[in-house]
Ligand binder design. Sequence first.
Ligand code: PBG
Length: 334
Amino acid sequence: MTSFGARFPTTRLRRLRYYPALRELVQETRLTSANLVLPLFVRGGRQVRQEISSMPGHYQLSVDQLGEELRIAADLGIGGVILFGIPDKKDSTGSDSYSDRGIVQQALAAAKQAAPELPVITDVCFCEYTDHGHCGEVNDNTGRMDVDNDVTLQLLAKQAVSHARAGADMVAPSGMMDGMVGAIRTALDDDGFLHLPIMSYAVKYASAFYGPFREAAESTPQFGDRRAYQMDPAAAAGQALREVELDLAEGADIVMIKPALPYLDIVRDVRERFLGVPLAAYCVSGEFSMVKAAAAQGWLDEKAVAMEMLTAIQRAGASIILTYWACDVARWLK
Ligand code: PBG
């Protein structure tokens, strides 16, 4: 079997499992709060703290409630937050997303006041802002209703620059448009944001695990689905490598794989092929909610399962994990 070491009984793998300190000594994967990013949902109004029913412990927050949440996250030492905006008014182009008075722009101002040291990433997409719920501008120029890739690129660039001007520390395009990273990089550079990194949702599958998020962000498509732009879970695994390669060529600083747990093979493939590229994985809403639901029934131990899942995601090769458990993990590790 192994080419090194002796066999049983000379070799006994149980020796290094005998007591906790030894197990810790040989442990290679160690979760750290500094590598975790917490997703947050902001909406209009005042004093709003509306629990998301499918994601217990997570809320749609009005801007005035955000500061406190960010202070807690910063004090727990988590690596950053990613903001999702739910505008008061949605329209066909998702104009709130690139308005100076947009919900995310207001949230950024509040964030920078409450916790200036905490990196704030913004999700750059249109599904939360459009009345049709798709991730870009929709028309029938190709003979059927579809998201117009190249028109959407211009809007994405506009949105990213607007977020940057409002104080974002990093932008994270998540719409799976071809060329989105390049369009955003050029626009940011032209506006003087040479230093602002892009974390690309490079490998994003059309996944049923986003269900609870769509309730949280009120972003369910009003017709059709997202399979004409997000990836097919059954596609050749190598397609993920092509997505990453293209995004890196366009200037992505961090690449993300999403969802995380059902796609650990992809995390591992990307890690092996692109050594040295910061790799993020998004443990999405459905991954969180199913554990919460089982834990509420007494069927699973939430803390143990969450720690095991996140450890597995890191072990597969992700160095950054976006997770709704970010603050819980920081507390559990203390
Ligand atoms: C799109 C976006 C989605 C998620 C993050 N960014 C939803 C989608 O593609 O429908 C899902 C995250 C989650 O499920 O936790 N802006």
